[in-house]
Design a protein around this ligand. Structure first.
Ligand code: T3D
Length: 261
């Protein structure tokens, strides 16, 4: 069904793999459409409790495909429209959807590829991964949410340095500055990512989805607004099957059997 991505669902964990390894999984129009459709499909599929985004081959994603030629080289490209149409809806969808998304960063993440990793809720990186906010290297500016995510993840000072230089940093540095949650040996990346994802996939998906939204909103709003949002979300979570199950299993001293609703 998809040609530029792989879509594999197993035990509540959907793995979406960017699959153009010859160009380091560079992002083209078709990949944009397919990725958006895949996330949309995942959003409404109750079988999907957690999403993992990764890449095939030696890269995670090298950002925009620079082999497009034509308008890109003769100065007639309308990048405002490109970014609005092909990148922004995807980033918005990833942020708004009430399911955790884990980036399993298997190799280099460059330009919009780095933005995709940052737009995920968590990042597990291979020790062979590298990151570059590469936009300035080709005379462009950060997009796909890089200007939003980067300072939030690593702080203003480091964000500015990485964005203005486009310097490539390795996995250890990415972990040190808080760009990724953890680094694992490359040969164990898939296994460790899936193990972590499965832990989330048997969780109370409905509450985890609200938690995701709550944390992002908590970073944006004042305390009074956040307290009210939390009260609203707690009301919603409190009506869920999983809340009843959580309390019942606690009182019965047995593991919870969450259904994700
Ligand atoms: O257009 C719009 O809509 C605006 C939106 C823009 C969003 C963006 O993402 S702009 C940023 C675009 N990305 C880049 O500028 C990154 C370009 N690539 C690199 O800087 C490096 O390739 C990497 C740091 C990613 C990896 O370096 P390295 O040394 O490990 O590999 P390499 O030898 O440079 O690349 C390997 C192959 O992948 C090579 O092809 P070849 O020579 O084996 O046939 C290279 O051309 C290809 N490749 C890498 N990145 C891209 C790419 N091909 C097309 N597009 C790419 N982005």
């Amino acid at each position: 069904m998809y040609e530029t991505i792989l879509y594999h669902l197993e035990e509540g964990v959907l793995t979406i793999s960017l699959n153009r390894p010859d160009v380091m999984n560079a992002y083209n129009e078709q990949m944009g459409q397919e990725l958006y459709a895949a996330f949309k499909q995942a959003e409404t599929d109750d079988q999907v409790r957690v999403i993992v985004l990764t890449g095939t081959g030696r890269a995670f994603c090298s950002g925009q495909d620079l082999n497009m030629g034509g308008s890109m080289l003769n100065g007639t490209a309308n990048l405002t429209n490109d970014v609005r149409d092909r990148y922004n809806p995807l980033i918005t969808l990833m942020q708004m959807m009430r399911k955790p998304i884990i980036a399993s960063v298997n190799g280099v993440a460059a330009g919009a590829g780095a933005s995709f990793a940052m737009a995920c809720d968590l990042r597990i990186a291979s020790d062979k991964s590298k990151f570059t906010i590469a936009f300035c290297k080709i005379g462009l500016v950060p997009d796909s949410g890089a200007s939003y995510f980067l300072p939030r993840l690593v702080g203003m000072s480091k964000a500015m340095e990485l964005a203005l230089t486009g310097d490539v940093i390795d996995a250890a540095e990415a972990e040190r500055i808080g760009l990724v949650n953890r680094v694992v040996p490359s040969e164990r990346l898939a296994e460790e990512t899936i193990a972590f994802a499965k832990k989330l996939a048997v969780g109370p998906t409905y509450a985890l989805g609200l938690t995701k939204r709550s944390i992002y909103q908590g970073a944006e709003n004042d305390l009074i607004t956040v307290l009210e949002t939390e009260a609203q979300y707690q009301g919603m979570a409190g009506r869920s099957y999983d809340f009843k199950e959580g309390v019942t299993s606690f009182l019965e001293k047995r593991p919870s059997q969450f259904k994700g609703k």
